[in-house]
Each structure stands twice: as C-alpha cells, then as structure tokens.
Design a protein. Sequence first.
Length: 233
Amino acid sequence: MNITRFRPLALVAVAALLALTACETTTLQTAWKAPEVGSIKFTKVLVIGIAPIDSMRRPMEDAMKAQITGVPSMASYELLPDVKDQVDPKKLTAAAEGAGIDGIVIMRMKALEDELTYNPGGYVPVGYQSFSTFYSPGYALAPYYRGMGPYSGHYGAGYGMGYGMGYQEYAYEPPSITKDVLMSIETTIYDAKTGKLVWIGLTQTKNPDDRHNTIPEVAAVVKAKLREQKLIP
C-alpha cells in the first residue's frame, strides 16, 4: 500500500536538490510533441533552470547546458544574471532575440512528494531471508552431504541437518514503513522565434541524490525520448 504526501515546495526545494541520499532512478511519465514538428533544428539554444535562488539556478543550468552538444547553447544566468528575471517573459524574449537564440529548453521542479509503502511483515523462512544466509555450504548444500563421506560431520550438523530432515525454521518480521522521495521535473522546449511549444515531458526521479546527478539523468531520459520520436539525431 502506497501513501503519497506532498511537501511544501518552498520549504524543501533546496534540501531536496542538494542532499537527498538513496538510489536514484528517473523515468519518463508523460511526453507530448507538436504534431506539425518533424524534427528540432535549432542553431542556438537557451537553457533555463527555474529555481528560487541563484546558487541552485547556476549549477542546474550548467548541468543542462553540458547535455547539449550538437549546437551552441547559453545559460539564462549568462544573459540575465538576476534570478528574478528568469521568470520575466518580456526580459527573456528580448535577451533571447539579442543573443540570436532560436530554441529554449526549460526545466522546473513540478512536485516533491514522500511516498510511504506499508510492509505488513509476517513469518519468513530463516534460510531465505537474505542471499548471504541462503547461499552458504552449511545451508544450501546440506541435504546433499548429510551422512555422506568426510563431509557428513560438517554439512550434516546444525541447521543443515534439520533442513535435510524436512524441518523449516521461520522468523517473524514486524510490519514496517518504507519512505521514498519522488521528484517530478517538467521539461519544455519552445521555438524562440514563434513562441510555440515544441515538446513537453514530465519525468519522475525516485530518491534523487543531488542536482548534479539528477539533472544529467533527467536530460538523458529526455534525450532518449526525443531520439525515439526522431526529433533529434
């Protein structure tokens, strides 16, 4: 059973992007492309990482920029150093026109959630609780050697002997709750000359590590989808 709790973004955005420790996995949840678009052929791209403070924005945009290798790219902080200006469409449009930008890629965190999974517990066969306890001569091989040759004393003793006689021991595992952190990032691609939306996708990262790992991972998932849709080579 999964229970999802939403976190106040303003309170936890910095901590979530800087220091969440666990295994990181990013998947694409949804993706849409403009029907009239056959392929993306920008000559210069502006990347925008929406963040409330500059210390988050710059590393985020640097990570995004590093993933664009086919054409020249610029980070929004290079054109608009004030972090507040990155959400001002008039200033962004003017800066993009002045820099010769024809494509814009935007990433923003859309949601940050705690997902709680209830594990009911119960009785588990002792020898199968973990790989290390099962995969050992004294347990796994005991039935083959019980009472046979020079190994009978070693493999036939203890638990192995009980196993060979058809006896199985169980251990009780109490109920527990596992918490995972889910971060949703929205990526949008716009044609800077027409202002039209070209592509939008939503990714979800489970237990994000930090922004330096998360953004490249999100970018890789997005690029894979764009290639699948034949929007980029």
